[in-house]
Ligand binder design. Structure first.
Ligand code: ZN
Length: 111
């Protein structure tokens, strides 16, 4: 049974438009540590901390600045990653990510 992911801005509870939602779903498969990711076209900002850098966090376009400020206050002394500056990538596809996608994919994504 398909599971519908729900993404919310952690500051205002906004939800992304359908196209940005699809980008966020795809980014769930990215295997990254301490990275900001841009989710277009809605300009959402994703923080993929992992481990000591905390859970994955989301911000709507209006709260991108709040998210980076929050992360720098709470994790800025844990690592340098929260201090990354824009522009942020939209994907960090790697061999590991590709492998995870292949293992997870039961049916190929239409091209
Ligand atoms: Zn927001």
């Amino acid at each position: 049974m398909p599971v519908r992911m729900v993404f919310r801005c952690q500051f205002c509870d906004a939800t992304p438009d359908p196209e940005t939602h699809e980008r966020l779903v795809r980014q769930l498969h990215e295997l990254v540590f301490g990275e900001y990711l841009d989710a277009l076209p809605g300009r959402w900002l994703v923080w993929d901390g992992q481990g000591p850098l905390g859970p994955r966090r989301y911000a709507c376009p209006a709260h991108r600045g709040e998210l980076t400020a929050y992360l720098r206050v709470h994790y800025g002394s844990v690592g340098w990653q929260p201090w990354r500056m824009p522009p942020y990538p939209t994907t960090l596809r790697s061999a590991d990510t590709e492998r995870a996608l292949r293992m997870r994919a039961r049916s190929p994504t239409p091209r």
